[in-house]
Design a protein around this ligand. Structure first.
Ligand SMILES: C[S@@+](CC[C@H](N)C(=O)[O-])C[C@H]1O[C@@H](n2cnc3c(N)ncnc32)[C@H](O)[C@@H]1O
Length: 417
């Protein structure tokens, strides 16, 4: 049977299975930043578990805008090379960002997306919209799933995001666009119409009656309603926005979607968060957000991009492991705790003397029953000679933990007091 012959069955199975997933209980360790209980939530988990958790915690019907940028069925592992500097030398390590490979092939990919979309629809408000970002590899299947889950009548737009990038095959026209499908939940969806420049033919003035014309350095133009073809630069190697995360999407793209399909204070979600562009754009535009990714490096990347933006962190329990990478030694001197990183258990030979070079980020947390609250972050640049110190004068009666994420994205936690 071909995938097309199977398509309807795969989606029907996903619809039935969605009910069973709702019965699952997932354990999240809730890590809060500071005292401020902001509505922003960041999940380190499989998005299926996050979606179920949100359903059970009052988020049904609450989200006005969902942007999803799932893997595109490329059959690739997405990697980044990270540089570790020591003395005067540099070492390069390959770090996996995410895998886009499926033992069950296209059928598994389609099932996974359909299952999530069925549940996500329940989280959307009646004014809500969903944008799902793919490319020519799977766009036709995604469109079919969306028709099945949201109904053809709720199709709003197919947005073509056109960009320039390096590389092209000699055997075809260069593939330089992605497809973004925009569906609403009901007919009552938020839509803030936008304008754009439309350059005149020949860049000369038309001089029509009652039509305002303007001129810039390129030539003459009029203002028209924004169309469904968007020319926005991708985040290139030299872009100032660029962070080290594969397939990072530009803030301009996310801002346009957010401005069109949400209002200030709307709640926005992205369950394939990656580098966190959606949350960063939402923060700039004063929207509340929920983000989820299964890769710890995605979470840290967003944390760094937000620059003290507030959120609560939910970590699926399976990620938090008792120390299995870093060995630490503690020394308490009055109100100060010295923390010495003694070893890293997966060393590259030359760096064995400098285990702290493998640290990506350290969170110092207070533990209350099953909750952790982040008190401070230790940036790796502040660790000197494998040592850092924390002040423990306010920590009486509480248990302090260090959650350490290594450069490869492994997470361990260590009891400090
Ligand atoms: C194409 S990238 C998203 C890029 C993002 N839009 C950006 O601007 O950086 C897809 C992301 O989805 C994450 N991902 C894939 N499957 C997931 C799942 N089942 N649950 C949570 N995250 C998932 C991957 O780890 C990866 O970071």
């Amino acid at each position: 049977m071909t995938i097309l012959e199977n398509l309807f069955d795969i989606i029907s199975t996903a619809k039935l299975d969605a009910k069973f997933f709702l019965e699952n209980e997932y354990k999240f360790i809730n890590i809060k930043f500071g005292e401020d209980i902001s509505a922003n939530r960041l999940y380190l988990s499989d998005n299926l578990n996050c979606i179920v958790d949100l359903m059970k915690n009052g988020y049904k019907g609450k989200i006005d805008l969902i942007y999803l940028d799932p893997p595109f069925f490329t059959n690739l592992n997405f990697k980044n090379t990270i540089k570790i500097k020591y003395d005067d030398e540099e070492i390069y390590i390959k770090r996996k960002d995410f895998t886009d490979k499926y033992d069950g092939g296209l059928a598994e990919y389609i099932y996974n997306i359909a299952l999530r979309l069925v549940l996500i629809k329940e989280l959307m408000s009646d004014k809500g919209s969903i944008y799902i970002h793919v490319d020519s590899r799977v766009n036709h299947y995604i469109r079919f799933i969306l028709d099945e889950v949201f109904g053809e009548r709720n199709f709003v737009n197919e947005i073509i995001w056109a960009y320039k990038s390096g590389g092209a095959s000699k055997r075809r026209f260069a593939r330089k666009h992605d497809n973004i499908y925009f569906y609403s939940k009901t007919n009552n969806y938020i839509f803030n119409q936008m304008n754009e420049k439309s350059y005149n033919r020949g860049l000369k003035p038309y001089k029509f009656k009652n039509i305002m014309e303007y001129q810039d350095e390129l030539g003459w133009y009029t203002i028209v309603k924004s169309r469904d073809v968007w020319m926005i630069d991708m985040v290139g190697r030299t872009s100032s926005e660029r962070v080290k995360y594969s397939t990072q999407k530009p803030l301009e793209l996310l801002k346009k979607i957010i401005l069109a399909s949400s209002n200030e204070n709307s709640l926005i979600a992205d369950f394939y968060l990656g580098s966190g562009s959606t949350a960063v754009a939402a923060d700039i535009l004063k929207r509340r957000w929920i983000g989820c990714d299964q890769n710890p490096i995605s979470i840290i990347t967003l944390d760094k991009r937000l620059n003290n933006g507030l959120f609560q962190l939910y970590i699926e329990e399976k990620y938090l492991k008792e120390p299995n990478r870093f060995i630490i030694e503690l020394k308490k001197i009055n109100k100060q705790l010295d923390i010495f990183i003694k070893d890293y258990l997966d060393p590259i030979k030359e760096l064995a003397e400098s285990p702290s070079l493998f640290v990506e980020q350290i969170y110092i947390c207070k533990k209350y029953f099953y909750e952790f609250k982040i008190l401070s972050k230790i940036d790796k640049s502040t660790i000197k000679n494998n040592k850092f110190e924390i002040n423990i004068s306010d920590s009486f009666n509480s248990q302090l933990y260090a959650v350490i994420v290594d450069v490869m994205g492994n997470v361990d936690y260590h009891k400090l007091i």
